[in-house]
Design a protein around this ligand. Structure first.
Ligand SMILES: Cc1cc2nc3c(=O)[nH]c(=O)nc-3n(C[C@H](O)[C@H](O)[C@H](O)COP(=O)(O)O)c2cc1C
Ligand SMILES: [Mn+2]
Length: 484
């Protein structure tokens, strides 16, 4: 079972020897980034800094920055357990026989445990403050030298659709302007921004927003997950946890936050107000340039007596976010495959920072099938951002960069197999000549069929016969060659 809250997760990491605790005083300005960067680049442990200059609260970083910790966060030994759970729900059919109905019962029971549960008392409200420079007590980082200031980097930003009332939870960074004001960096394509747009349309000037800092690890993961608009991330978290997320009503706004949060900021975004946000050293490994974004006014801070402040640093990959994104890749694959069964596997390479490039393998069954798959990815959820899509045959291991490079370089006739198109790009893209849109490229790396206009036979792969392979394995010692 995944942990109930951040401090339990930290305790688990300690028990599992996945945590190093630092007692030396460190500076939240740049110093923590440099320490973290060296650790994360070698898939090192999570870090808990007990003395951050200027704050009484310990700071946790790199909580999710390895495959093993990602598994611990989700309470599994392997991410395939999560994919299988999703697959088994997607496969549910209307039962005809009584025995099939009985088989469905445990699943239905699990479903009933998914929706968030309201509670009255909450650890995240042990301390309630409304006066003063509320943010000043938090150990907020300045990540990189060229950053415009300090940034809250791992918030769970909670909003409601003013029309439907449906909730959204998204991780959008928040630049600190002063003790009660931050930026709200919900990008133009994201769900929080959709709620903001609808508030504007409806003439709701004061949009209520709550921000949870540090929640149970599955909720933190859900906040970065690319769920379709209208799906509550806490519902998804409940599904993954097999237990509901407990929510409590905020003190000053009409929103609910995880009762087990460490720290909560309550306040509002004035839909008429914008302010320059950035530059910020971003996921891409480049600085995102300064640009106008909405502003969040913090009116109330609630917290535990002794909260842990969670944060992360993004930058040149691989960083902690790469492991979150790899988990997303594995968990969402069955959902994509349920709609597009020709898709066999998907790989978002860390170096492609998840929006620049995707590799996909397919079971090709008609001419130009690869091109169809390019278009479907460009129209599917946050895969819409992909700048480069590479499509391979089903038998290619797309997680092996040597194999994919070899196939791509050999199999492609550039004029015939590369498709250029245009479309929206991730707001962080640095290459397009203008903001928000640009060109896209699909590369068909599959073997080409006569039906696709290939006028020469496609040559077979070179593979040694099974018989000789086995014979050589058997005789290996005889040859006097050391390793098999
Ligand atoms: C560490 C981290 C920081 C992020 N910062 C932002 C951000 O500042 N703005 C943004 O729009 N998305 C950001 N994202 C990506 C979103 O969290 C992600 O796209 C998520 O799906 C958004 O939720 P939504 O689909 O409900 O809008 C960040 C992701 C991570 C892992
Ligand atoms: Mn969402």
């Amino acid at each position: 079972m995944p942990d109930q809250n951040l401090s339990d997760f930290v305790k688990r990491l300690r028990r599992e020897k996945e945590l190093v605790e630092i007692q030396a005083e460190v500076d939240p300005v740049l110093e923590i980034t440099e320490i973290n960067d060296r650790i994360v680049k070698r898939e090192g442990p999570a870090l808990l800094f007990h003395k951050v200059r200027g704050s009484f609260f310990p700071l946790a970083i790199n909580l999710f920055g390895s495959t093993r910790r990602m598994n611990l966060a989700l309470g599994v030994d392997d991410l395939s357990e999560v994919s299988k759970k999703i697959e088994s729900f997607l496969e549910v059919k209307v039962p005809e026989k009584m025995t099939d109905k009985l088989k469905l019962l445990p699943k239905l029971h699990l479903l009933s445990k998914i929706p968030p549960k309201r509670v009255r008392e909450a650890p995240c409200q042990e301390v309630v403050r409304q006066e003063g420079n509320l943010l000043d007590e938090l150990p907020i980082l300045q990540c990189w030298p060229g950053d415009a200031g300090r940034y809250i980097t791992f918030p769970l930003v909670i909003t409601k659709d003013p029309e439907t009332g449906s909730r959204n939870v998204g991780t959008y960074r928040m630049q600190v302007y002063d003790g009660r004001t931050t930026g709200m960096h919900w990008q133009i394509h994201k769900d929080g921004r959709g709620h903001y747009n609808r508030c504007r349309e409806k003439g709701i000037r004061r949009m209520e927003v709550a921000v949870a800092l540090g929640a149970d690890p599955v909720s933190m993961f859900s906040a970065v997950s690319p769920l379709p608009p209208g799906i509550d991330e806490f519902l998804f978290a409940g599904f993954l946890r097999g237990e509901p997320v407990e929510l409590v009503k905020c003190k000053t706004v009409d929103l609910e936050v995880p009762a087990q949060s460490e720290i909560v900021l309550e306040g509002y975004v004035d839909v008429e107000e914008k302010r320059v946000e950035g530059p910020f050293g971003d996921h891409t490994g480049y600085y995102s340039l300064a640009k106008e974004f909405p502003v969040f006014h913090v009116e109330c801070l609630t917290r535990r007596h002794s909260p842990i402040y969670p944060t992360t640093v993004v930058g040149r990959p691989p960083m902690e976010d790469a492991y979150l994104a790899k988990a997303i890749e594995r968990i969402f694959l069955p959902l994509i495959r349920s709609q597009f069964p020709e898709i066999v596997d998907m790989n978002l390479p860390m170096e492609g920072v998840f929006t620049n490039a995707v590799l996909v393998s397919i079971k090709k069954s008609y001419p130009q099938h690869a091109k169809k798959v390019m278009h479907l990815l460009w129209g599917f959820g946050q895969l819409m951002f992909e700048k480069i899509v590479l499509v391979f045959d089903h038998d290619v291991n797309i997680h092996d960069s040597r194999e994919t490079a070899w196939r791509a370089f050999n199999n492609v006739d550039p004029q015939r197999d590369i498709l250029f198109t245009e479309g929206p790009l991730d707001e962080l893209d640095i290459a397009a000549s203008q903001d928000l849109f640009g060109s896209k490229m699909g590369v068909d790396c599959t073997r080409k069929w006569p039906e696709e206009g290939m006028r020469r036979p496609w040559p077979p792969d070179i593979v040694m016969s099974e018989e000789i392979q086995q014979q050589v394995t058997k005789r290996w010692r005889e040859y006097g060659l050391e390793h098999p």
